[in-house]
Design a protein around this ligand. Sequence first.
Ligand code: ADP
Length: 379
Amino acid sequence: MASIELNRVSKTYPGGVRAVQEAALSFRDGEFVVLVGPSGCGKSTLLRMVAGLEGITGGTVSIGGRVVNDLPPKDRDVAMVFQNYALYPHMTVRRNMEFGLMRRRRHGGLLARLLRPAEAAAERRAIDAKVDAVAGTLGIGPLLGRLPRALSGGQRQRVALGRALVREPQVFLFDEPLSNLDARLRIEMRAEIREMHRRTRATMVYVTHDQEEAMTLADRMVVMKAGVVQQFGTPEECYGRPANRFVAGFVGMPVMNFVDGRAEGGAFEGGGLRLALPASRWPSAPSGPVALGVRPGQLRVSADAAGAAVTAEVRAIGRLGGRMDVVLAVGATRLVARIENDARLREGAPAGVAVDLSAAHLFAPGEDGARLPDAQDRR
Ligand code: ADP
């Protein structure tokens, strides 16, 4: 088992693309960390630098207290699982799974068989037993004799996981391993990866562009944008205490509503809304240009518009079974509310809107504006 330290790690590709800028992160031994962010934010580059598949242009990477910058991948005791499985097509599932083990023993393997046949046979049995055990837990035991082309996508992904598992490395690295699978299978495999983490207690670093996947898998997540770490925290922290507007908008679905406006004299005004900003929540009484951030679940919508603080028009209703997403227009401002089903709401009809500010946020202006401190930050 091993911790991972990234000390101001940077990567500039030839040509000048600054894919990762001064990432300073410390992953605990046995932790499940997810690197998440939009496509091109540098998460795969960061992972590949930990794996040793990409050179590091600045800073140091340590695994288990040892700087590994100059160590080749095979000497880092990491196992990597990719999106495209990378199974050997001409080898059976069993051969694919034991391949990493055999390779590690190659030197002396043939000699051992010649000189110490009993020992070699014992080792062979140990490898078989390990592959059988891992295949059993992943439910692919009956497939061990097949070639990869005779497997479904989900089965291939299980084999790729199994191949990493039998090696019992200190660190598992995953690069979007589930993105080729359909939605249902993805959810099933996520649960399996979590379970695998619980059982092995290995350090795992997992890359995905999918914030929901990050939220469900991570002990802590690293949210990245344009090569720069925006926040490193638990899913609850990134969701409930976002560092800035980018994180607030990236984490959580449906996406947080943002309304640009001004704070003045204990009130927010902008986008057709005027709301009191309780001093109990914002003791610092912000003033000047701000953006208000409200999650769809923090809006209440009523078909009874008369007397409501804010009047809106219902533009569209998306039905989700028990709940519905309601797109509202307040003047030129669009808001999305996620509410319990309300049969009285009609597209094109007016509605009353109330904003629950108890979990809302204020941000400095601009698309990456920092979250302004509130009462919770003082505790
Ligand atoms: P992500 O995994 O978040 O999608 P990447 O780490 O793959 O992002 O890429 C980060 C940035 O580095 C992107 O702008 C990408 O175009 C660039 N990049 C990735 N690989 C290379 C490469 N081999 N040469 C030059 N630029 C690259």
